[in-house]
Design a protein around this ligand. Structure first.
Ligand code: TGC
Ligand code: FAD
Length: 406
């Protein structure tokens, strides 16, 4: 971890350099409430002040900036959409989306940490947990006093989580958990893990595992070229004895984890758009300053085409998430609608990152600008929470009624 003095130096050296201006070509701000804009702007200010100045340093070192957890919690990033009675934000889904957008505008890995905490750890405890579990975990998770992770994917079961082999058997008041999860965001430092495992009847149940339980370890995954400022690891269960009271009582079957993914995928559709907006804004400003052949490159038609197409895709994606937020709040959003938004917005973000990278020429590959980092991050975002192909097949199923998975 970075020494405090160095952190101060880093902040002092880089504060004020982030000049992000969000594109809003269709005046979508007019569709937001004053409260939504206020919260969005306060997160944006916090990001500019405390996150942007340090993010490149941590990404280059492949290190999660642990010191930002407090700031994330104060910004309301952990479970903003969950009820205030459990210490959470009590806000609507559009505000949740806006917060994810501001975080991922800076870095997908930081949004990942918040998504996992809010949608994949706190949400299942809120939705499927007992009152005792909610009171024990949610307030601490909302404040960032405890951090969580979500264990669904296994080494041999990624797109097909229903095939999981992690399992538990009953033993008196406890269960004995065995198996392994892979590619788990926040795993290396998480205090609690919401783990999906099969019981003796082969039914999938959620179970809350705490760090320190004997036989539970969380080895870190190294050498990632993507999401370098996010910690990823495994969850290994070797005869872990967990009290039965840690099982989430409210759900059984694959619909448990998939229900949580609806909320997280929704957040990603806003978040990836944030990364796209940052790439566009960076390329736009660069194109006005960088001169070749005696004039700004932004004056060349080929560069204008890139910018015009980026803004077009961003504007369409903004309308998609705004409407989806309304459907989420009304409890009407379907999984296929969420798949469309996640798939589309991550795809356009990746395409915009690639085009923006080219517009910066050689400078585009350096850490002086955020674009290459966004591009590499988005390669994970297009894969996790259901790959690009899987979301297409979910849509195909919805359109035709024919299931490509069976
Ligand atoms: P299938 O037979 O279709 O469904 C099984 C049961 O689940 C229900 N269901 C859903 N319920 C709620 N929401 C959804 N989106 C649902 N989709 C399905 C379904 O109704 C059924 O219920 P029931 O009562 O009849 O049992 O399941 P399948 O085995 O055919 O698989 C379907 C498929 C492929 C779509 C699904 O498994 C899938 O989405 N695969 C992708 C896996 C995935 O997204 N993994 C994500 C891991 S977590 C992660 O990546 C976190 S990254 C976090 C970060 O860092 O930000
Ligand atoms: P596979 O499922 O092996 O897929 C490989 C390829 O085959 C993909 O292109 C896929 O689209 C394609 N494919 C698979 N099935 C079909 C089909 N039926 N038809 C057509 N094509 C198909 N998981 C968690 O549980 N918790 C986390 O916190 C988490 N964080 C992650 C963080 C990172 C950085 C990454 C990279 C992953 C994370 N994941 C997490 C795991 C992620 O959800 C999986 O990587 C993802 O679901 C894909 O699984 P897989 O990698 O095993 O790929």
């Amino acid at each position: 971890m970075m020494h405090e003095t160095n952190l101060d130096d880093l902040l002092a050296a880089n504060r004020g350099k982030d000049r992000y201006e969000a594109p809003d070509f269709y005046g979508i701000d007019d569709l937001l409430t004053e409260e939504q804009k206020l919260i969005r702007d306060s997160v944006r200010d916090w990001v500019k002040k405390d996150l942007s100045p340090i993010i490149e340093y941590y990404a280059q070192r492949a290190e999660f900036p642990h010191h930002i957890i407090k700031g994330l919690a104060e910004a309301g990033a952990f479970g903003p959409q969950l009820p205030a009675e459990y210490g959470c934000g009590g806000l609507d889904y559009t505000t949740y989306g806006l917060i994810m957008q501001e975080l991922e505008r800076c870095d997908s890995g930081i949004r990942s940490t918040a998504s996992v905490q809010g949608s994949l750890v706190m949400y299942p405890i809120y939705k499927f947990g007992s009152e005792e579990q909610k009171r024990k975990y949610l307030p601490k998770l909302a404040k960032g006093e405890w951090m969580g992770c979500f264990g669904l994917t296994e080494p041999d079961h990624g797109s097909n989580p229903g095939g999981m082999v992690t399992n538990y058997r009953e033993d008196g008041d406890d269960v004995i958990l065995n198996g392994a999860k892979m590619w788990i965001s926040n795993a290396p430092f998480a205090d609690v893990a919401v783990v999906w495992a099969k019981n003796e009847q082969g039914k999938i149940r959620g179970i809350i595992v705490e760090r320190g339980m004997e036989g539970f370890s969380t080895p870190e995954t190294h050498n990632k070229w993507s999401l370098r400022a996010s910690a990823t690891g495994e969850l290994v269960f070797n005869d872990v004895r967990v009290p039965k009271s840690h099982i989430l009582p409210g759900v059984e079957g694959l619909k448990g984890p998939l229900t949580c993914l609806n909320s997280a995928r929704y957040g990603i559709s806003w978040g990836a758009l944030g990364a796209a907006m940052d790439c566009y804004d960076t390329a736009r400003r660069y194109s006005m300053q960088r001169e070749q052949f005696g004039r700004p490159i932004g004056g060349f038609q080929l560069q204008q085409k890139k910018l015009a197409e980026m803004l077009t895709e961003i504007t369409k994606a903004q309308l998609v998430v705004w409407r989806l937020g309304q459907l989420m709040d009304a409890g009407k959003a379907t999984p296929a609608q969420i798949s469309l938004a996640k798939r589309n917005n991550v795809e356009i973000a990746l395409e915009i990152a690639r085009e923006a990278r080219q517009m910066l020429g050689g400078m585009g590959i350096t850490g002086e600008y955020p674009i290459m980092r966004h591009m590499m991050n988005l390669e994970s975002v297009v894969t996790y929470e259901g790959t690009h192909d899987i979301h297409l097949l979910i849509l195909g199923h919805e359109i035709t009624g024919l299931n490509a998975f069976v």
